[in-house]
Design a protein around this ligand. Structure first.
Ligand SMILES: NC(=[NH2+])NCCC[C@H](N)C(=O)O
Ligand SMILES: [Mn+2]
Ligand SMILES: [Mn+2]
Length: 302
């Protein structure tokens, strides 16, 4: 039987401190453990990782580079802890499920998951999250995790952030509809497998998700799935910090998560960007728990 280890990463440093740090609590309260039990998996809850207060910063450390990559030191502290926890979970034969927190935590999960194995990544998101400190329009690290894990640009020497077993050929982005200029260039130049909402409209969520998994799975030991709740249309998932209209529907999201389960390749996963301060009656957190259940095998009928 599969055992899923839930790891809370309550940070909002990557989203400029806006309340998304309450995500793990909202997702647990939204019924995550019950939903996963309904999927027929065992769960262990490792609790929340310690997230430093900005004020706790080492006084001897350099000043944070505001504007380029805000709160990068705090983000490093969280991601180092998460990377170790993810690696330890895998070593124990369990499946890590990290709860954000903003999407910067993906740096930690990817570096932990791809530490001693070759890993592909399927990125369900409205955004590409491929900015670097030089290209970011916001300075927010939640717009950079994929670039950081791949060691792109200024991240080439950021060892704590790099995911050794992850290569660009095994990254697939699904559901794009808000991509910055430099990100689009990178996608084109490096040949990332990138599926926009137009691709989903034309080909359907099933065909697109299956192809994304094919690309990501080629020659690797397993797949890391990153689920940013802003992947869904804001009608279905209002509780996110950077909503973009025209996202996938509730039904498309479930279909895609059912494919995650069917591929049998899931190695590690994170659910990010649930922000209870922006949500309506915790519905986005509850949706996150339902989608997790589909990804781990819950079906209408067995
Ligand atoms: N994980 C996210 N919600 N990322 C949003 C990123 C938005 C924008 N591309 C930026 O870099 O600032
Ligand atoms: Mn996003
Ligand atoms: Mn994202």
């Amino acid at each position: 039987m599969t055992t899923v280890r839930i790891i809370g990463a309550p940070t909002d440093y990557g989203a400029n401190r806006r309340g998304v740090d309450m995500g793990p609590s909202a997702i647990r309260y939204g019924g995550l453990a019950d939903q996963l039990a309904g999927a027929g998996v065992e769960t262990v809850d490792a609790g929340d990782l310690h997230v430093p207060r900005a004020e706790e910063r080492d006084p001897d450390a350099d000043a944070p580079s505001e504007g380029e990559a805000k709160f990068i030191r705090e983000t490093e502290a969280v991601c180092r802890r998460l990377g170790d926890e993810v690696a330890a979970t895998l070593a124990d034969g369990e499946v890590p499920l990290a709860l954000g927190g903003d999407h910067s935590i993906a740096i930690g999960s990817l570096s932990g998951s791809a530490r001693d194995a070759d890993v592909g990544a399927v990125w369900f998101d409205a955004h590409a999250d491929l900015n670097t400190p030089a290209t970011t329009p916001s300075g927010n690290v939640h717009g950079m995790p994929l670039a950081a894990a791949l060691g792109i640009g200024e991240f080439a020497d950021t060892e704590w952030a790099n995911a050794p077993g992850l290569s660009p050929e095994n990254v697939a982005l699904v559901g794009l509809r808000s991509v910055d200029g430099a990100e689009a260039e990178l996608i084109r130049d490096r040949g990332f497998a990138a599926y926009t909402m137009s691709d989903i409209d034309e080909r359907g969520i099933t065909a697109v998700t299956e192809e994304a998994f094919e690309v990501a799975s080629a020659g690797v030991d397993g797949i890391h799935v990153s689920l940013d709740l802003d992947w869904l249309d804001p009608n279905a998932a209002p509780g996110v910090g950077t909503p973009v209209r025209g996202g996938v529907t509730y039904r498309e999201a479930h279909s895609a998560m059912e494919i995650v389960d069917e591929t049998d390749a899931l190695r590690s996963m994170e659910i990010v960007e649930v922000n209870p301060t922006l949500d309506q009656h915790n519905e986005t957190a509850e949706l996150a728990t339902e989608l997790a259940a589909s990804a781990f095998g819950k079906r209408v009928l067995y």
